[in-house]
Structure formats: C-alpha cells, structure tokens
Design a binder for this molecule. Structure first.
Ligand SMILES: CC/C=C\C/C=C\C/C=C\C/C=C\C/C=C\C/C=C/C(=O)SCCNC(=O)CCNC(=O)[C@H](O)C(C)(C)COP(=O)(O)OP(=O)(O)OC[C@H]1O[C@@H](n2cnc3c(N)ncnc32)[C@H](O)[C@@H]1OP(=O)(O)O
Ligand SMILES: Cc1cc2nc3c(=O)[nH]c(=O)nc-3n(C[C@H](O)[C@H](O)[C@H](O)COP(=O)(O)OP(=O)(O)OC[C@H]3O[C@@H](n4cnc5c(N)ncnc54)[C@H](O)[C@@H]3O)c2cc1C
Length: 687
C-alpha cells in the first residue's frame, strides 16, 4: 500500500493555510527554507540512520556518533554551509554529541569571557575544529553551588603560570571519609575534547578571588593522550538505551597542571604579570554569562522536543481507533463521537484524549514564541553589555533561569504524557518516545536544576516587591508589579465563557495571580528576623510564585505574538484558539491559586472550562495540520507511530520482524537454558 496517505482525510479538514503556518513556526520564510532544505539533506542520507541506536552496545554507539559528527563536518566544509546551515544540520542529525558542547558552550564561553586578543587566538582554532572544547564547571561534590567549587587556579609569579589543581582530600569533616574532588559531568570531556574551559577558584598571593574560567589543554594534539597531571575518562552509562549515551560525559582530575597566565579568560577580570588581581568595570556575574546564553537556547529547544512528541501522539491518535462498531452494529460508546469509515472511533475524538493532548500542542507553540522573544531579550542584553549598560542583566538572568525551568519541566512531563497517549505502542522504542524522553529529561537538571533556578527567580521577585514604593519603577517582564495596588484589589469581570477570549482580561488574571502570590510570600518573609532563614522556610511557596510569574511571561508573549500581522488564510484564528487552550488549561490546572488569591470566582473558573472545551472542538479538525506545520521529516521524528502517512501497523510489524531477536526462529540459549528445563518438566509431568 505504498504511497497511500492514511491521514489525507484529516489533512483535508484543515481550516487554515498550512504553508503559512510553517513559516510562522519557523520564524521567517528564510528560516523555513533553510530548515526544510537541510532536514531533507539529512533525512535522505543513509549515513545519518538512527533507528538502530537503542540496540547498539555503548562502544559501538559512541563510535557511530564520532563517525556521524565527522561526516557532518565533512559535509559542512565541502558544501560550504553557513553557520546557520551548519547548526541546522547538527540539529537534524539529532544525536547528542561532543559537537553540542563545542559549539553550544565552549565557543560561546570563549566569545563571552575572553578578551579580544584571546578570542583572536582561540576562536579561529575552535571554528575550524582544530581544537575541540567542552565546558567543565560541575564537580563531583558541587553542581548547583557554583561558588562552592573547589578546584583551584593558583598564580605562580615565578613562571607566569596558573597551577590548576583538583585536590583529592581525606576529609573528616564530611559524611564520607574520602572525598574525591574532581570535575564530573561535562559532555565531550570523557573521550573527545582536546581543551576545556575549566572553572576554578582563582588564588593570587594567597587570596581567594572566587570562581573564574581558564582554558586548559587536556589531551595531546599528536596522539590524543591526556597531558601530564591530567586523568580523564567517561563517567559511565546514563538513563535509557541509546539516548544520551552517545555523549561522553566525563570525569577529570587535574594534578598541579600548569597553564600560561594568558589562558585565564580575562574579559571580566585580569591577573597582571606581577600577580595583581584587577576587576573590570563589569559585574562579576558575567562569569556566568555562558549559562545565560545556553539557558536561552534550551528554551528554544524545548519547543522542538515537545513538538516532536506532540506530532507523534497527534498523528497516532488520529490513526488509532478504539471502540465504536466495526460493522454498523450496536455501539459501545455514545453516538456523538465522530466515526470513521470503519465505524470505529479515532482516539483523538475522545475528550479525555484532547484534554491531555491539546494543551501540550498549545504548549509547543507557546514555547516556540516565548523562545523567539527570549532570543530577542538575550540579543538586547548582549548589545547593552557591550556599551556597559548592565541594567537589564538581572531580568535577563531571571527570565532565562525561570523559562528554562518552566519549559523543560513541562516538556519532559509532556513527552511522557505523549507516550501514555499512544497506549501500549508508545512503550516500543520504535515509537521514538522512550528515547526522546531519556534524551530530554536531563534538561531539567543540566544548566541549573529547575528548582534551584526557580529560587533565583523568586529572589528577583522578592527584591522587586521590596522596592515597590521606592520610586524605582519596575520594567520589562516585571512591569506589572508597578500596578500592584490595582492588581491586589481588582476582580475578574468575566460573565460569559467567551469573555475568556479577551486578551486584556486574561492578562490581568495571570498578572493578579502572580502579583498576589509574590506579595503574599513577601509578607510572610517579613515575619522572619533572618531573611535567609525565612527564604529557606518559605521556599516551596516561593517556587510556586516563581512559576506563576514565568507562566505569565509565556502567556503574555503568546498574546503579543497575536498582535502582530500574521499572514495566511485562517492562521491567526487558529493560533488564537491554540493560545486560548494554552492559558485556559493553565488556569484550569492552577485553579486553586486563581481562586485562593480571590481574583476569580468558582463560577468564572467553570466558565473558563466551558470555553476550553469549545476551543478543543475548534482545534480538533485542525490538529493534524497543526502538527504538519512543524515540517518534520520522518527521519527527524524517528517514530513509526508519528510517520507522515499514518501507515502505522504494517511498519510496526516490519520493524518487529527486523529485531535482532527475530534473526532466528529458535532463540540463542534454547539449547543451554530452555531445552533442559522443558525436558525436566516433561519427565516430572510424565507427558
Ligand atoms: C541534547 C541537548 C539538547 C538541547 C540543548 C539545546 C540547545 C543548547 C545549546 C547548546 C548546549 C548543548 C548541550 C546542552 C546539554 C548539556 C550541557 C550542560 C551543561 C551544564 O550543565 S554546565 C553547568 C551548569 N551549572 C549550573 O547551571 C549551576 C547552577 N547554579 C548557578 O547558576 C548559580 O550558582 C546560582 C544557583 C544561580 C547562584 O548561586 P548563589 O545564590 O550562590 O549566588 P551567587 O553568589 O553565585 O550570585 C549572586 C548574584 O548573581 C546573580 N546571578 C547568578 N547567576 C547569574 C547569571 N547566570 N547571570 C547573571 N546574574 C546571575 C544572582 O541573581 C545574584 O544577584 P543579586 O546579588 O541577588 O543581585
Ligand atoms: C546530562 C547532563 C549533562 C551535563 N553536562 C554538563 C556539562 O557539560 N558541564 C558541566 O559543568 N556540568 C554538566 N552537567 C552538570 C549539571 O550542570 C548539574 O548536574 C546541575 O547543575 C545540577 O547540579 P547537581 O548535580 O549538583 O544537583 P544538586 O544541587 O546536588 O541537586 C540535588 C537536589 O537538591 C536540590 N537542591 C540543591 N540545591 C538546593 C537549594 N539551594 N535549595 C533547594 N533545593 C536544592 C535540587 O533541587 C535537587 O533536587 C550535566 C548534567 C547532566 C545530567
């Protein structure tokens, strides 16, 4: 039945122009065209096959990743791809690799933390991949607490060098009697990187200046062996088959390793030839700049991972049929379910399925738009920093930290929900969902544990509340705090379900909830004589206030997007419905907070649920077209359940036949382990 599109009927139902939506999703016609061309290039090249990944032993898996990365680089250079095209190519190859850390963290760290002179030395080497780098910050004992890092970089004025040392201590202070203080986790470190940006405490003349970044060569450029004083290796298998095990997360100890003074990254602060420590006129927090950059990238990436899972679950929900009647006989479910030609109900028509799936579909779009906005915010703060305007740095930190936390938590949970939405078949590796989850879930931890990051947002919120009335007007994402008096008093004016489609009404509801939760936390905090003690005691409430603030940002950026000119038949109308699903499903999920802060009444909450159901019905005929708008190839999706033509069952059957376990009819091990067992039972049962 090759060539039949089993989802054609669904595609014909679409009430909007899919090609226009594809451009909205991509961000621009240019971005769409690049992504479309590069994704097809990757999909059509058998060298990028990835369906065997869950079955490969680690060593083979890793070697395969090295092969793909080298081949990708060959294509990039031979085809003279631009930076944008090259980064799209790596994205569509869709396999975590050392290159993610080289391009995603090492190069940005060089750009952000090095002086112009240092950049002119290191960047050309990194751009040509003549050196490969990673970002080595986390230690075995310290991840979240960056200030607590224990690796030291001690300046030796005799030789004009830093001595980098990660001590192995015998300590009686801590729970363990022996504490090994080494770097632990960096991707690309274990087996590949020739260089690392290592974070260490800077010591000059016996004085500790806190954590700074240093460029350290790890391996010989001749034979790839670790340089003297360096012990390095992989930290071992991680969660899931295939998944993130293509990455060589590493362990590193540095035993009095010497590097030249000019390998301290000196944009933020410098050490002179005489060993004098000098701080530039920029905030110390810029040492953390690479994390701000990557968190912003991770937010954009969340929409990719979630949209992938949602595309799989939506297509499969339209293909999968359960209950109803096959031959026009008695029905097992009520008559209002739409029936297909077979008389069976598509599971996507169950309201419970829609109630689980459509908010995730809406979140994928919401994260796409907030990711676009965050990229703008990051570019803006970078331009300001270049002219010594540091005023928006705290907001940029709070937004990147908070949105990274919000979007990765929702995406990881959403992928798992999509797996369940696909029933039993979702549990098969060929659904693509187990591996997607296993690859994605560490995003809740890396680049800052999601709770730790929300606590940073909470600090920012509490600082803002404490400044209300001081004359300092809150701006940007926190501007609503400037209207806090109104927001504390106001009441929701919704009277009919459709009133929940009014953007200013919705915005005020989310602002009032966020403002009231923050103010309530601040009031409770003020009861403590020691603010830090109060912060620790109230941290669970503070995290909830931070989530409310971050959700407000996502909702407001989606609403802002809808204010723009969006061309294409029906595109804007559909996006309005999708946006409505996003905020009303949040309102429903967090109803308790909206009610407890007394902004809305139970009746208004019920009207919100009515409107939400109405929007599900509006989106239902457009669901397949909405996921087609992501423009994902079958290669990128890596899922039989999500394949474009919906021809799921024969493909599942064929894939099962190809499983190595089915290479022989009688399994290996039969003669050793099954036959004797069966024989013995045969004797005892006298059969
Ligand atoms: C498969 C990959 C898939 C997707 C990725 C897609 C795209 C990404 C592209 C490339 C990346 C490639 C792959 C990514 C995969 C994995 C890589 C993982 C890498 C890592 O994990 S690197 C290690 C990251 N570590 C952390 O994030 C540690 C978390 N901890 C911290 O950030 C800080 O220590 C903390 C907790 C924020 C602050 O601690 P503390 O309370 O002790 O405060 P400080 O004294 O340190 O700070 C005080 C002051 O500074 C402000 N501040 C803190 N951080 C920042 C910052 N980053 N920027 C600006 N300002 C900051 C803080 O608010 C305080 O301000 P105040 O004094 O209150 O005004
Ligand atoms: C796949 C992967 C890739 C990584 N890649 C890199 C890399 O390339 N380079 C690198 O340097 N690092 C890397 N990391 C390390 C990563 O950045 C850290 O694991 C992360 O920052 C979390 O720190 P932690 O492991 O110390 O967690 P911990 O801080 O030990 O967290 C443990 C628990 O304690 C809680 N907790 C901690 N502090 C607080 C607090 N103050 N208040 C309340 N609760 C708290 C957390 O919420 C969590 O539940 C990677 C990690 C993973 C999983």
């Amino acid at each position: 039945m090759a060539g039949v599109d089993y989802l054609a009927d669904e595609r014909n139902k679409a009430e909007f122009d899919v090609d226009s939506m594809k451009i909205v999703w991509a961000g621009s016609r240019h971005t769409f065209e690049v992504a479309d061309r590069i994704s097809k290039l990757v999909a059509n090249d058998p060298a990028f096959r990835k369906d065997d990944r869950p079955m490969l032993p680690r060593k083979e898996l890793f070697k395969n990743t090295l092969r793909k990365a080298a081949y990708a680089w060959k294509l990039i250079t031979e085809l003279r791809l631009s930076e944008e095209e090259a980064s799209k190519l790596r994205f569509f190859v869709d396999e975590p690799a050392y290159t993610d850390l080289h391009w995603g963290m090492f190069v940005p760290a060089l750009k952000g933390q090095c002086t112009d002179e240092q950049q002119s030395k290191w960047l050309p080497l990194a751009y040509k991949m003549q050196i490969i780098g990673c970002y080595a910050q986390t230690e075995l004992g310290h991840g979240s607490n960056v200030q607590g890092l224990e690796t030291t970089a001690t300046f030796d004025p005799q030789t004009d060098e830093f001595v980098i040392h990660s001590p192995t201590l015998t300590s009686s202070k801590c729970y363990h009697t022996v504490e090994v203080l080494c770097t632990w986790w960096p991707g690309g470190l274990g087996k590949v990187s020739t260089h690392a940006v290592v974070y260490a405490r800077l010591i000059t003349d016996g004085k500790d200046h806190g954590v700074h970044g240093f460029i350290v060569q790890l391996r010989s450029m001749e034979d790839h062996k670790p340089l003297p004083g360096i012990t390095v290796g992989d930290i071992g298998m991680k969660f899931g088959n295939g998944a993130y095990n293509t990455m060589d997360n590493g362990v590193l100890t540095l035993d009095h390793v010497r590097i030249p003074r000019d390998q301290m990254m000196m944009r933020v602060s410098q050490v002179t030839r005489e060993g004098k420590y000098k701080q530039s006129d920029v905030p110390r927090q810029l040492v953390y700049g690479t994390m701000v950059y990557v968190r912003q990238k991770i937010v954009a990436d969340a929409s990719c991972a979630l949209s992938k899972a949602v595309c799989i679950a939506t297509r499969y929900s339209a293909v999968r049929r359960q209950f109803g009647s096959q031959n026009g006989g008695p029905e097992t479910q009520s008559a209002h379910y739409r029936k297909s030609y077979t008389g069976l109900i598509q599971v996507i028509d169950y309201k419970t399925q829609q109630n689980r799936l459509f908010p995730l579909l809406a979140s994928a779009y919401a994260f796409r738009f907030v990711g676009e906005w965050l990229k703008w915010l990051y570019t803006d703060v970078t331009q300001r920093l270049a002219v010594n305007d540091f005023s928006t740095l705290p907001e940029a930190h709070a937004c990147t930290a908070g949105l990274k936390s919000l979007t990765t938590t929702a995406t990881a949970d959403g992928i798992e929900e999509c797996r369940k939405l696909c029933g039993g078949h979702g549990y098969l590796c060929t659904s693509g969902l187990p591996e997607l989850f296993a690859v994605y879930v560490p995003a809740c931890t890396y680049e800052g544990d999601n709770i730790v990051l929300l606590l940073q947002v909470a600090r920012f919120l509490m600082k803002t509340v404490s400044q209300i009335g001081s004359g300092k007007q809150p701006v940007g994402t926190i501007a609503y705090m400037g209207r806090v008096e109104h927001l504390l008093k106001s009441r929701c004016s919704v009277q009919r379900a459709e009133d929940w489609l009014n953007p200013s009404q919705v915005l005020e509801a989310f602002e009032a909830r966020a403002a009231r939760m923050s103010v309530s936390c601040a009031q409770n905090l003020s009861k403590f004589s020691n603010p830090e003690e109060g912060f620790a005691e109230l941290s669970a409430d503070l995290v909830e206030a931070a989530v409310a603030h971050c959700q407000l940002i996502v909702v407001s950026k989606f609403l802002d997007k809808l204010q723009q000119d969006i061309p294409g038949k029906g595109v804007k109308q559909l996006l309005q419905a999708v946006c409505g699903i996003y905020y009303l499903s949040l309102l429903h999920k967090h109803q308790g907070e909206f009610l407890a802060t007394s902004y809305i009444t139970p009746k208004q909450a019920a009207l919100a649920s009515d409107q939400l159901r109405a929007l599900y019905s509006k989106v239902r005929p457009n669901a397949i077209a909405l996921v087609d708008s992501f423009n994902y190839t079958d290669h990128f999706l890596g899922s039989i359940l999500g394949c474009y033509d919906g021809n799921v069952y024969p493909k599942l059957y064929e894939a099962a036949k190809k499983d190595p376990l089915n290479d022989t009819v009688v399994p290996d091990g039969y003669h050793e382990y099954l036959k004797p067992l069966l024989k013995q039972q045969l004797h005892s049962a006298k059969l």
